[in-house]
Design a protein around this ligand. Structure first.
Ligand SMILES: Nc1ncnc2c1ncn2[C@@H]1O[C@H](COP(=O)(O)OP(=O)(O)OP(=O)(O)O)[C@@H](O)[C@H]1O
Length: 308
């Protein structure tokens, strides 16, 4: 049984269709990154999973049942994009309040505050919390009741780099415990190591879904090899340019070459066998490179939104 099964969903607001033939599955214990431009349909997809919207056409199944089934709701944790709390309550009181609403045990509260790094501020009023602290409290709220499925909308907004890393570690731990997670984000750097698959949505259509390795294969984007400390870098520049590679000099002794994935090892063998580089750096296409590729393939979204 999948944690989430979205089959052939078209979603309309009035006469506007914002999701087209959406097919998306989330396996148990899997972390899926859902990425897309503003207005791509990420929050709408989340609302369908939460049972806050019924699909105009198609089916949505969550943990094998209808999304609005009360049993499913108890097993769901949600961190909304703009999380708000009662400013007069302390962090601890806030979590207790949400635990009662959710029918979860309040015994977890102390442990959760510890887990998100808020134990020291547990009894301070939320109005004195920084944005990052409120975001972490939002995450603790989503974790109440040990949900089997977590939906995190922009969880790293407002977090500093160390707090962001800590949040990813929490996600890793939850995955190890078998939770299934959908993580929506505009912040791509750093997230790739913490997701199993990425789904890229543009204009309400799923452009790609898969592991980073499979998206790299499908997109066919080149890897970048940088060699430095070469005695005859000009020779390598000319040789690779003649072979049709995109290549540029890096200072007097370095070369950068863009090479299709299948030819990467061959070029590395040449370099190591025939030259004596001081250092070699290999850069695979990043999640940002892949995102850009699929967005461009979907058409210029910014033009449609009137931003260019
Ligand atoms: N209640 C609504 N009524 C009408 N249109 C809506 C409503 N909610 C969203 N939309 C439209 O649906 C489309 C998808 O919106 P959605 O909020 O799902 O996008 P998103 O990918 O979450 O965007 P963002 O990254 O900006 O949060 C947008 O064109 C948006 O204007």
């Amino acid at each position: 049984m999948n944690a989430v099964d979205i089959r052939g969903v078209n979603q309309r607001y009035g006469s506007m269709t914002v999701l087209h033939e959406l097919e998306l599955r989330l396996g148990q214990g899997e972390v899926l990154g859902l990425f897309g431009h503003n207005g791509a349909g990420k929050t709408t997809s989340m609302k369908l999973i939460l049972g806050l919207l019924a699909p105009s056409e198609g089916e949505v199944w969550v943990l094998g049942r209808a999304p609005n089934d009360p049993d499913v709701r108890r097993q769901l944790g949600y961190l909304p994009e703009n999380v708000t709390f009662y400013p007069q309550l302390s962090g601890r009181e806030t979590l207790r309040h949400f635990a009662r609403l959710k029918g979860a045990s309040t015994k977890q509260v102390g442990e959760l505050l510890e887990q998100v790094g808020l134990a020291h501020a547990a009894d301070r009023r939320v109005k004195t919390y920084s944005k990052g602290m409120r975001q972490r409290l939002g995450l603790a709220q989503a974790l109440l009741g040990e949900p089997r499925l977590l939906l995190l909308d922009e969880p790293t907004v407002g977090l500093d780099p160390i707090a962001t890393q800590e949040l990813y570690l929490v996600i890793d731990r939850l995955r190890q415990r078998g939770a299934s997670i959908i993580l929506c984000s505009h912040v791509l750097p750093g997230v790739e190591a913490h997701i199993n698959r990425a789904a890229i949505l543009a204009r309400g259509r799923l452009q790609a879904v898969g592991s980073l390795a499979s998206l790299r294969r499908e997109a066919g984007l080149p890897a970048r090899i940088r060699a430095s400390g070469l005695q005859c870098s000009k020779l390598w520049l000319e040789r690779w340019r003649a072979a049709g590679y995109c290549v540029r000099a890096l200072g007097n002794t370095g070369v950068e070459v863009n090479v299709p994935d299948g030819l990467k090892l061959e070029l590395l063998r040449q370099l190591l066998g025939e030259a004596n580089p001081g250092d070699i750096e290999i850069q695979q296409p990043s999640l940002e490179d892949l995102y850009r590729f699929y967005m461009e393939r979907a058409g210029d979204v910014r033009a449609e939104e009137g931003r260019v």
